[in-house]
Design a protein around this ligand. Structure first.
Ligand code: ZN
Length: 515
């Protein structure tokens, strides 16, 4: 979203208006091909996966997906997202452990969301407003048009430049990541979206989020929040807003759009649904604030807030009242923060008052169950729920992976590997699942399979040389110990090793062509 140092181009010191004069007009077709854009995106993704601030949190990931998938469906139905682009691009949303309020679109359909953004927005509607705007920059091919301007530069150079801009947009107090080179920094600022592009992303994004069922007031609320946050924190973590000339105009446009949109009258049922959604959001925002590593003092403040709430709970209402929603957020944050401070008794003490608050909503109560398991696992005990666990019934990614961990703690590795095997068959790019599968095989002394699963987790993160190394290690182990794998396993490994080899060669060749 542009007006908050969001978007790949939110680079310090560069006014958005400055680039519009040199841009091809909207609608002409001097675009980078989708395949070429994806290649650049993949290069950037490889670096991001290795960045210590890249974060794969299945609980927050599922939450983002629950907002993202309806937006994708709406964009598809409106004809903004065509079949070719959908097939070519990654459409992957990832989390960045950073307290600044930021989200950005990258080439090839990769999207980054800072934990600070999830922690700051007050509803799924606001989150949807940001994501729909970013999604629209990509479906409208704004990025490809910007990169066409850079066509004299090699893709690796563009990728380096974008990585530099990304590093520069991080909050100065976030854990430092070394993904930036001097050259990249020097070149930053050249990928700013133009005013027209921002307007178009606002307009298209607004339609997409409305069709996906989100309240249109989310956009204006979000803009105001970002402006306010920037005023409060004028310490360099909002470089984009300081130089952005469009904010007032964009807020006014967003408000006008929201007023023109047909007013939706909430029925009793949808009011109840809204209450449930708000409660879930409060818990997810709390999770984001804890995982953003606010430091010991920050965690302690969350714990003491939770203590107060637990001591004086608001009366339970259905649909959840604003006070109930605040309680749920505070208790969730207190539980997770206590666990991070390794005070597991305190962490568990917040679960009981949280339970009645989440009883109404299926997703909220499932979230609470996962939190209980997470606390046990962090405490190093086998979660009591593991005794009755049927991993075959787990459906969401967070459930599958969290329950797999709990069964592993209960020494039931064979069940874990059989469930994860079918999971990765349908989710081959799930690096975390492959890693867990490697551990599960390791516990069963199935070394070749463990190494192969490890190799697949590298391949899933596009690190083909590392994957090839491991496939070769698996081959070596099979040669030295012929009984260590069966024929099928062996031929899969041989095939995958050849594929990795080919991918590496293709990439090297592409480098020459692109250069
Ligand atoms: Zn934007």
């Amino acid at each position: 979203m542009a007006s908050a140092q969001l978007s790949l181009a939110q680079v310090p010191g560069a006014g958005a208006g400055s680039s519009s004069a040199t841009l091809p007009s909207l609608g002409d077709n001097s675009e980078l091909s989708a395949a070429a854009e994806r290649r650049i995106g993949d290069r950037i993704a490889v670096s991001i996966y290795r960045d210590p601030d890249y974060m794969d949190d299945p609980v927050l990931g599922d939450y983002l997906q629950s907002i993202w998938q309806p937006l994708m469906a709406a964009a598809r139905a409106r004809g903004e997202l065509n079949a070719e682009l959908e097939e070519r691009f990654a459409w992957e949303v990832f989390l960045v452990r950073d307290r600044s309020i930021n989200a950005f679109a990258l080439p090839g359909g990769y999207f980054g969301v800072h934990l600070g953004l999830i922690g700051a927005v007050s509803s799924a509607d606001e989150m949807a407003a940001v994501l729909a705007h970013e999604l629209s920059h990509v479906t409208q091919r704004h990025i490809s048009r910007l990169m066409t301007q850079q066509s004299r530069q090699a893709p690796w150079m563009i990728a380096a430049m974008i990585l530099g801009a990304l590093a520069a947009s991080k909050s100065p107090n976030a854990a430092g990541a070394a993904i930036v080179g001097g050259q990249a920094l020097a070149a930053q600022g050249q990928l700013n979206f133009s005013r027209d592009m921002e307007r178009e992303a606002d307009r298209v994004g607004f339609g997409v989020m409305g069709d996906a069922g989100y309240a249109s007031s989310g956009v204006a609320n979000m803009f105001e929040k970002l402006q306010q946050a920037a005023r409060l924190n004028d310490n360099g973590s909002f470089p984009y807003l300081r130089s952005h000339p469009l904010t007032t105009e964009r807020i006014a446009e967003a408000q006008a759009r929201a007023q023109l949109a047909p007013a939706t009258k909430l029925s009793g049922d949808s009011q109840a649904e809204r209450g449930k959604a708000q409660l879930l959001h409060a818990m997810m925002a709390a999770r984001a604030r804890v995982l953003a590593a606010p430091g010991v003092d920050g965690l302690r403040a969350m714990v003491s807030e939770a203590r107060q709430r637990a001591a004086t709970p608001s009366p339970l209402q259905a649909p959840a009242s604003a006070a109930n929603i605040r309680d749920a957020g505070a208790l969730y944050a207190g539980a997770l923060a206590s666990a991070q401070l390794r005070d597991f008794a305190a962490a568990r003490s917040f679960l009981a008052p949280l339970k009645p608050l989440t009883a109404e909503g299926q997703r909220a109560s499932q979230t609470l169950e996962l939190l209980a398991v997470e606390i046990d696992l962090q405490a190093g005990v086998v979660p009591p729920s593991a005794a009755s666990l049927d991993l075959a019934k787990a459906s969401t990614r967070a459930e599958v992976l969290t329950q797999a961990r709990s069964l592993m703690a209960a020494q039931r590795a064979p069940e874990v590997s059989s469930r994860l095997q079918s999971w990765v068959a349908s989710h081959p790019r799930d690096a975390l699942a492959w890693q867990l599968l490697a551990v599960a095989y390791g516990k069963q002394n199935q070394s070749v399979r463990a190494i192969r699963a490890d190799a697949e987790s590298r391949a899933a993160q596009l690190d083909y040389p590392a994957a090839l190394d491991r496939f070769k290690a698996a081959q070596a182990l099979m040669r030295s110990n012929p009984g260590s794998a069966d024929y099928v396993e062996g031929s899969i490994i041989d095939t995958r090793a050849r594929q990795m080899d080919l991918l590496i060669k293709e990439q090297a060749l592409q480098d020459k062509v692109d250069r």
